[in-house]
Design a protein around this ligand. Structure first.
Ligand code: PLP
Length: 389
């Protein structure tokens, strides 16, 4: 049997024939970069998430950085959870701001309104918030309101939360990840819910931010090649009013994105179905702690992360991961805690034990296989092998 990976892309539409045809068309039209497919991918994202603007970029990391440059905020502090991927912190440092890393709520693995309030200072510029594993941060609308009232820029790192939704029963409204705060950024890295190889997407309801990020990603040019080539004034060259860079998405990547985004609803529904299966089955194991979700969410289930209670468990978390690997089930620690990585430990002068919630997640969490390529027998196999431990 092949190893069951924790995450794997699933794009059955993309056959050899499809690639030849698409690549052929794209080469023929000459719109290799940010062409018609990237535009369609962006339009689909706007519609899918009910957000005014979507701007494709080369990755989530570059997207986060672009948004903070567009915000114009410099020399300020930004609250960011330590339990996240390095990119959520790097965007703060790279734009001349200082990260104030904070712990996460040990139950939800996310920030909370209390954590943000406790860490507020006068020189705070904003918050970089992460919806861990595709579970939307609880109190999200309260956090959004608090940031607005206190003039804090709220950037959400949505690398894990493609398709995740919050339901507000009072307003009978759904809101998607990527629409909270000032802007959000998705990742299309191969381990995420949909992939374009490399790739990212900035979403925002703020037209000014959208305008700035779309120029920044294209060297700062006031008008794009697309506009220039199809415009009525062929002699016109763009002006440059800002210091940009090249974070453009290629059109073949855009085409890959379009195929998958149209299936996002079914991807997420299927992930929810199997996550609920895991919850039902694994609930019976007293040494496993399962993700806590409230009925207000439809999680995206970027990953299914459990916690090993090493006091009750038959083995340590690492031994369990090794034993599962031996029977062809690949697992990983949920995510790391940035304050335990050398560069940040030295830069931010912190100690491993400063953030107990995130350290516990680093030491005891385990992400088990869940993705759209898996079938019923695969899920049953994972459950049976965990039960046998
Ligand atoms: C994967 C990930 C990123 C980085 O995404 P890229 O597209 O590789 O830049 C950023 N933040 C989080 C939380 C991630 O998991």
């Amino acid at each position: 049997m092949d190893t069951l990976y924790r995450a794997k892309p699933y794009i059955p539409e993309v056959t050899h024939q499809w690639i030849l045809r698409k690549f052929g068309t794209i080469l023929e039209t000459g719109g290799l970069i940010q062409g018609a497919h990237v535009k369609e991918f962006e339009d689909d994202a706007c519609q899918m998430f009910d957000v005014k603007n979507a701007v494709a970029t080369t990755s989530c990391g570059t997207g986060l950085e672009t948004v903070l440059i567009a915000s114009g905020i410099k020399g300020k502090r930004f609250i960011v959870p330590t339990q996240t991927f390095a990119a959520s912190v790097n965007c703060i440092i790279r734009t001349g701001n200082t990260p104030l890393i904070v712990d996460v709520d040990s139950e939800t693995q996310c920030l909370s309104l209390d954590i943000i309030k406790e860490n507020m200072t006068d020189d705070m510029g904003g918050v970089v918030l992460v919806h861990m594993s595709g579970l939307i941060t609880p109190e999200m609308e309260e956090i959004e309101k608090y940031c607005k009232d206190n003039d804090l820029f709220l950037l959400t790192d949505d690398a894990h939360s493609y398709g995740a939704q919050l339901y507000n029963p009072y307003k009978d409204e759904r809101r998607c990840a990527g629409t909270f705060g000032d802007a959000g950024v998705f990742s299309f890295y191969p381990s995420k819910i949909i992939t374009t190889g490399e790739g990212g997407m900035i979403t925002t309801n703020d037209d000014e931010i959208a305008d700035r990020v779309s120029k920044l990603r294209n060297h700062g040019a006031e008008i794009s090649e697309e506009q220039r080539h199809h415009g009525a004034k062929p002699y016109m060259l763009p002006d440059f009013n800002m210091l940009g860079f090249n974070y453009r998405m290629t059109d073949l990547q855009g085409a890959l994105g379009v195929v998958q985004i149209k299936k996002l609803d079914s991807f997420i529904s299927e992930r929810n179905e199997w996550a609920n299966y895991y919850i039902r089955e694994l609930n019976k194991i007293d040494w496993l702690m399962l993700p806590q979700i409230s009925s207000d969410y439809k999680p995206g289930w970027q990953s299914f992360v459990v916690f090993v209670d090493e006091v009750k468990a038959p083995f340590s978390r690492n031994e369990i991961m090794e034993k599962l690997q031996e029977v062809g089930i690949s697992t990983r620690p949920g995510t790391h805690a940035v304050h335990m990585l050398n560069y940040y430990k030295e830069l931010l002068r912190c100690d491993e034990n400063d953030f107990p919630g995130a350290k516990a997640a680093n030491d005891f969490s385990m992400s088990i296989p869940l993705h759209n390529r898996m079938i019923k027998e695969d899920y049953e196999y994972v459950v049976s092998k965990i039960k046998l431990l």
